[in-house]
Ligand binder design. Structure first.
Ligand code: KIV
Length: 294
């Protein structure tokens, strides 16, 4: 059984070597990432990594590559179902995607995103939704948006033994209320954002996502909180980083947010493959004899 706590950080190890020796990677990390490993990571200064995933194949690839957690985000509303925002996506739409991701992984912690309308009415509704994700989709944790306004919901879910990841800063489900995709916590709003993050922690969440927040404010939140902060456009001074996989892999068409680094150009690879396939078929070059049965 591999060690479940990370070894002491070795100050003689270069950042490149440290990446290879990452105590949470697929080779040397825990067999299964649990919420307590998030806490260990914060305590020991080991960055946590997360990606969204909405299907079995990407979940398998990301898990085998050593990602710490997978979020079955309500961004599936845009990236799977083609809605303009995350608002229309439903629990019934997200459950089969979450089940596929949970079945695919052997190591990563799978977090199910609770969609708009599935928890706002009150703690009872929130718990009922969380139970569906745990029971019907075999998620390992749930995520919901909102700080102080979601305190009661988070507390109720946690009291039932279900781990909760909070989400403050820019919360896409409130984009109409917030007036668009706007960076949160600037200027005087920083104190309110910190209060939101503290409320999430007080309610019992094991981690909190900070989305589109100035780096200096995210650093303050990370210092104030004992639970790990996971940044999405929150700069480097957080305990972990999360990206939407379709952005990070270059699948998204059009503009991606400034904070995204594109690690692959999968859209170009697939476009090229389709163009070569159609050209081969048009030219009679595919199928070749080796692709045909006797
Ligand atoms: O649904 C999602 O992808 C998210 C992340 C952007 C935090 O909630």
């Amino acid at each position: 059984m591999p060690e479940l706590t990370a070894p002491e950080p070795d100050s003689t190890v270069s950042p490149a070597d440290a990446a290879v020796q990452h105590p949470y990677n697929a080779v040397s990390g825990p067999k299964r990432v649990r919420t307590r490993h998030f806490q260990n990571a914060k305590t020991q200064g080991i960055p946590i990594t997360g990606l969204t995933s909405y299907d079995m194949l990407t979940a398998q690839i990301f898990d085998e590559a050593g990602i710490d957690f997978l979020l079955v985000g309500d961004s599936a509303g845009n990236n799977v179902f083609g809605y303009e925002t995350t608002l229309p996506v439903t629990v019934d739409e997200l459950i089969p995607l979450t089940r596929a991701v949970a079945r695919a992984v052997t190591r990563a912690l799978v977090v199910a995103d609770m969609p708009f309308g599935s928890y706002e009415i009150g703690p009872g509704q929130a718990l009922a939704t969380a139970v569906r994700f745990m029971k019907e989709a075999q998620a390992h944790a749930v995520k919901l948006e909102g700080g102080q306004r979601s305190h009661k919901q988070i507390r109720r879910i946690v009291s039932a033994g279900i781990p909760v990841m909070g989400h403050v800063g820019f919360t896409p489900q409130s984009e109409h209320g917030l007036g668009g995709h706007i960076i949160q916590g600037r200027g005087n709003a920083a104190d309110e954002l910190i209060a939101d993050a503290l409320a999430v922690q007080d309610a019992g969440a094991f981690a909190v996502v900070l989305e589109m927040v100035p780096a200096s404010v995210a650093a303050r939140v990370t210092q104030r909180l004992s639970i790990p902060t996971i940044g999405v456009g929150a700069g480097p001074s957080v305990d972990g980083q999360l990206l939407v996989w379709t952005d990070f892999a270059g699948m998204t068409s059009g503009r991606v947010p400034k904070f995204v680094r594109q690690y692959a150009d999968v859209r170009a690879v697939l476009t090229d493959a389709v163009q070569r396939f159609t050209a081969d078929v048009a030219a009679g070059a595919y199928p070749a004899p080796e692709h045909s049965y006797e």
